[in-house]
Design a protein around this ligand. Structure first.
Ligand SMILES: Nc1nc2c(c(=O)[nH]1)N[C@H]1C(S)=C(S)[C@@H](COP(=O)(O)OP(=O)(O)OC[C@H]3O[C@@H](n4cnc5c(=O)[nH]c(N)nc54)[C@H](O)[C@@H]3O)O[C@H]1N2
Ligand SMILES: Nc1nc2c(c(=O)[nH]1)N[C@H]1C(S)=C(S)[C@@H](COP(=O)(O)OP(=O)(O)OC[C@H]3O[C@@H](n4cnc5c(=O)[nH]c(N)nc54)[C@H](O)[C@@H]3O)O[C@H]1N2
Ligand SMILES: [Mo]
Length: 763
């Protein structure tokens, strides 16, 4: 007899992709009332003369390919090109107090913003304001701050290179380096960890490398949902018989399919039994232990082989030529206790041995990873141990091998490249001086967590957001929301209304922007912008749709107008000239960043160009001039997990959301329909707490030395195939329980995938 499951929870047996995906797109098109432009728009995504898909940062084959079908790319595009509008009429009908009760889904579902709006506390409504008046207000408020460091300038990763570069120019001229950005909540562990290891904070592989890989490690990411076009690459690899070894606590449908029997992946084990590709259900936060375990096995195999008269299993030639730090790493790894490795990773020796054997058998290995690695209190450590594993066998800087962080937002990598950073280096400061004849301050500014803390403490008074939904994306929602409500000035450049906008400050202004798909007309005619994907490919993107309203301005034009109103004649930057033709902005980018030489020429070629990644050719821009084996902290007990009933919370994206944008309430591949108020728990953890599937439960955050109660209440427990000792819930709902103090001390990335919690039955 099959057990009755809670409402909306099903056993979903269909494979990832397929007809389910096509159906989902048709439903989205209809819901967004995109009748004619919709399908046409989809066909222009990622085409030589089209726009860059705002969905994800996975590259395109030379960006010249035929249309690649992508369910979630289609949703992202359709969501932007909707015919629904949130104009002055809409805001006149709804007070902010009412809108606050709406769901995140309903808020964005109102459609595209059409008019600049300012909050009027007298009527508790947003009312229209003229553009110039808005710019003058913002300029006056910013100039009135006693110290430029009292303002925070957030960037979300959809901003183009041109917008981001102008923004950082404005903010540095204004006088602060407070650049919180979405990357600080995302791949910061990569941006901080990789430079210390290999001298560059970016991935080293290109799409072509996947054709030459003999094994792919897929660690802590869910490409079937978040990078769907990557499935083509993984599918091709699996058809070639390349083993794909997955580390993920959840059996994600799209990754599992590669382990399906009809698509067998041959892989010799120690016992020479052929098995399918391997799915290791590591416990959340257990990858550090798992990687240390694999390296321990490698060192043990190496010694055994040497004793037996062999040459060992390490790539000694590569290590001698390119690496330093092997002895310290080996000492650390050999000193790591097996019992600790098993306990922290939740994996048994045999699983680690099979993974290690596959790794040692392969000549060329690519390691792909995502948020399952970076969003932990040891995120930077895990990234670096993954690099260690690759370096031991020389899997770096040669064809078919290397590290592949899967970036999030479609231009998050580009935004960082063109200067969105709170820690400007000398090269950036000198470049700015060359381009604009002023030397910006080199003082360290705020990252995302630091910015929100400064806002909560009242040290920062103003927040300008180039896109995104910072308050909802950040941990500790209650504290974050309260802090932002106390600001003097909050300004949001946005395409659609969201909850951050409703956290009204003394002055709150929403400025509607053109999206990726919209035509951007300036003095010299239609403009293209540029973006950089996960593999450092830079290419042009040109929108072609009629904008949702004649009132809309482009992001670069808005930034230039705010800059003019704030800086007036300071440093005599000719903002109008830069905006009249974006080629002029790109000329300036080229002056600041020499890697962009002949930018306007090269970006006009179909497919664009690749920015230099020295580690891709074994050139190591590190302090030692070599690739560094780095020792991570140990696996000692986390004090916060000392309570016997403590669990690790990991937070997930559903299949129908883009970060804080919720397309609908289904999470098809995980069998969840029409709801998000659920907590996935293992059978064992349910039973040991006297709970049953369907029970209402509360999740409470644990923060040492604090009695603040952070909780979500009345969520439904859903039994799920998970390792014991952890639970999973949806982002952003679960941000209420994660403390702001819970982040990776090396990179500042919040520990969204490894927060200590306990659960109780709801009263
Ligand atoms: N459709 C869609 N596309 C997106 C996004 C979106 O929201 N929707 N967001 C974009 C952005 S900004 C980003 S950063 C990327 C995010 O893309 P991903 O990196 O795929 O991010 P998540 O979905 O948060 O989590 C990924 C996986 O990590 C696993 N996981 C959780 N904890 C752990 C752990 O401790 N160890 C391991 N090994 N795995 C763990 C989860 O089970 C999940 O499968 O996608 C981008 N693309
Ligand atoms: N618990 C938990 N929290 C997380 C994460 C997690 O995995 N778990 N992931 C983190 C990660 S990886 C990231 S990247 C952050 C994301 O944080 P953000 O980037 O701040 O959030 P988004 O949800 O992507 O922002 C959505 C809003 O962007 C605006 N927007 C959309 N397109 C455009 C555009 O073209 N221009 C402008 N100006 N605005 C636009 C719309 O108004 C929309 O409401 O969240 C982080 N928070
Ligand atoms: Mo992200």
């Amino acid at each position: 007899m099959t057990k009755k499951r809670p409402d909306g929870i099903e056993n979903y047996d269909e494979p990832a992709g397929g007809w389910g995906a096509l159906k989902a797109v048709a439903v989205t098109l209809k819901h967004e009332q995109v009748v004619l432009q919709g399908p046409l728009t989809l066909l222009k995504a990622n085409q030589p003369h089209g726009f860059d898909c705002p969905g994800c940062a996975w590259p395109d084959p030379d960006h010249t390919s035929a249309f690649e079908f992508c369910e979630n790319g289609a949703k992202a595009i359709t969501w932007e090109s909707t015919s629904k509008r949130a104009g002055p009429d809409f805001f006149a009908q709804h007070k902010v107090a009412e809108l606050w009760t709406w769901s995140d889904y309903s808020l964005e579902d109102t459609g595209r913003l059409t008019h600049p709006m300012i909050y009027d506390a007298g009527v508790d409504q947003f009312v229209p304001i003229e553009w110039q008046e808005a710019f003058d207000r913002i300029g006056a408020e910013l100039r009135n701050l006693p110290d430029p460091d009292q303002a925070e300038f957030y960037t979300s990763g959809r901003a183009s290179n041109e917008a981001a570069f102008l923004y950082q120019t404005f903010v540095r001229a204004f006088g602060t380096n407070n650049f919180p950005d979405c990357s600080n909540m995302c791949h910061e562990a990569t941006s901080v960890g990789l430079p210390l290891s290999i001298g560059v904070g970016k991935g080293t592989v290109t799409l072509k490398d996947f054709d030459h890989a003999d094994m792919i490690l897929s660690v802590g990411h869910n490409p079937g949902t978040n990078h769907p076009r990557m499935m083509t690459t993984l599918h091709d690899a699996s058809k070639r018989g390349v083993p794909i070894v997955v580390f993920n606590p959840l059996k994600e449908r799209a990754l599992e399919r590669f382990a399906a029997p009809q698509n067998p992946i041959e892989m010799a084990t120690i016992s020479s039994t052929p098995i399918a590709s391997l799915y290791l259900q590591v416990k959340a936060g257990g990858d550090l232990a798992a990687l240390k375990g694999m390296m321990k096995l490698i060192f043990e195999r190496d010694e055994a082989d040497l004793v037996a008269g062999g040459t060992g299993v390490l790539d000694r030639e590569f290590i001698a030529a390119h690496c330093v730090g092997l002895d310290a790493l080996k000492a650390d790894i050999l000193a790591t206790d097996w019992a600790q490795i098993y306990r922290k990773s939740g994996l048994q020796r045999q699983a680690l041995e099979i993974a290690t054997d596959a790794y040692l058998k392969a000549k060329n290995v690519i390691a792909c990873y995502g948020m399952g690695i970076t969003q932990h209190s040891v995120g930077t450590d895990i990234v670096q141990q993954l690099v260690n594993l690759l370096l031991l066998r020389g899997n770096m800087g040669r064809e078919g091998a290397g590290i592949c962080p899967l970036r999030g937002h479609s231009n998050v990598q580009g935004d960082r490249t063109v200067g969105i950073t709170e820690i400007p280096n000398a090269a950036l400061l000198e470049g700015m001086e060359r381009a604009f004849a002023f030397r910006p301050s080199g003082k360290k500014g705020h990252n995302a967590v630091e910015a929100v803390k400064a806002i909560i403490d009242g040290r920062s008074k103003a927040l300008i957001c180039l896109g995104g939904n910072l308050a909802v994306a950040m941990s500790d929602s209650d504290a974050t929301f309260a802090g932002i409500r106390r600001l003097d000035l909050a300004v949001y450049l946005a395409t659609k209304p969201n909850r951050s906008h409703l956290l009204t400050a003394k002055t709150t202004i929403i400025l509607p922007v053109l999206g990726r798909t919209d035509q951007d007309l300036q003095k010299s005619g239609p403009q293209s912008v540029t973006v950089e994907d996960s593999m450092s490919m830079v290419h042009a993107s040109r929108g072609f749709l009629k904008p949702p309203s004649e009132k809309l301005m482009s992001e670069p034009a808005i930034i230039a107008s705010i800059a003019k109103a704030t800086l007036r004649d300071k440093y005599a930057i000719d903002w109008d000239e830069l905006i009249g033709n974006y080629d002029r902005i790109r000329d300036k980018i080229e002056i600041v960043f020499p890697d962009f030489y002949d930018f306007n020429g090269r970006v006009r070629k179909p497919g664009g160009f690749r920015l230099d990644v020295p580690a891709s050719r074994c050139e190591w821009h590190t302090a030692t001039g070599k690739a560094n084996f780095l020792v991570a902290r140990g696996l000692e007990e986390d004090q916060r997990m000392a309570a016997p009933d403590a669990l690790i919370l990991t937070t997930l994206r559903s299949h129908s959301q883009y970060n804080t944008t919720i397309y609908n309430l289904d999470d098809r591949y995980r069998g969840v329909f029409g709801r998000r108020d659920i907590i996935f728990m293992s059978k064992g953890d349910l039973a040991s707490r006297g709970l049953a599937e369907g029970d209402r439960i509360d999740v409470l955050g644990i923060e040492l030395g604090s009695d603040v109660e952070r909780s979500v209440c009345g969520f439904t427990a859903v039994e799920y195939d998970l390792p014991m000792g952890m639970i999973a819930g949806y982002y952003p709902e679960m941000n209420k329980v994660i403390a702001l103090s819970d982040y990776d001390t090396q990179s500042g990335t919040p520990a969204y995938k490894g927060a200590p919690v306990r659960v109780r039955k709801s009263a």
